[in-house]
Ligand binder design. Sequence first.
Ligand code: BG6
Ligand code: MG
Length: 214
Amino acid sequence: MAKIKAFLFDLDGVLVSTEHNHFIAWQRCAHSLGIAFTEKENELLKGVSRVDSLRKILALGSKEIDQATFESLLVSKNEFYLESIQNLSQSNLLPGVLDLLNEAKRRGILLGVGSSSKNALFILEKLQILSYFSVVIDGNGVTDPKPHPEVFLNGAEALKVDPSECFVFEDAASGIAAAKAGGFMAVGVGNPNISSAADIYFNDLTEFRLDIYA
Ligand code: BG6
Ligand code: MG
């Protein structure tokens, strides 16, 4: 294995527990369209961009809507989601995150975020962890969203590391696929549904032993 020089983290579901807020907001949207939507269907949306998520919900219900309704559903989903995370703070970081960021920094590992979310910077600021990251690639900065590897390839390029020298931490099937397609080590975390797709898997980041890998 090449020496590990960098870590790229997904945001929602890896650093912070906002994945549940996305679920509740999408469920409300799906129900408003008369489409059944449970945790099972939500798995298909994890890591997926806002636009592609709504497309998937419509496909689930075999439903077609006009462009204006599509756009207004995106706006109302995001407003509801943002309202639900308005009190987000460092206490919402997932277990082991802060310790891992500190330990990685201490060892000189470069850190970045690779997220599909257009709200990533806002959330990282609320969590007070933005300063840990040398690069943040979010949903505003990619042409092809996950499962395409662009978000992580852009992150590695910005950090001047080869994908083989970089771990990607992900909780979503689309993100694991993106990491693998880009030639990264795909570290699955916090979602048993992706445990076999990931190269290595941990229930949460407290289980990740940095001294073994870096
Ligand atoms: C991903 C989440 O990080 O971002 C998805 O896993 C979400 O659930 C996507 O839909 C887009 O997020 P946002 O904040 O731009 O609507
Ligand atoms: Mg995620």
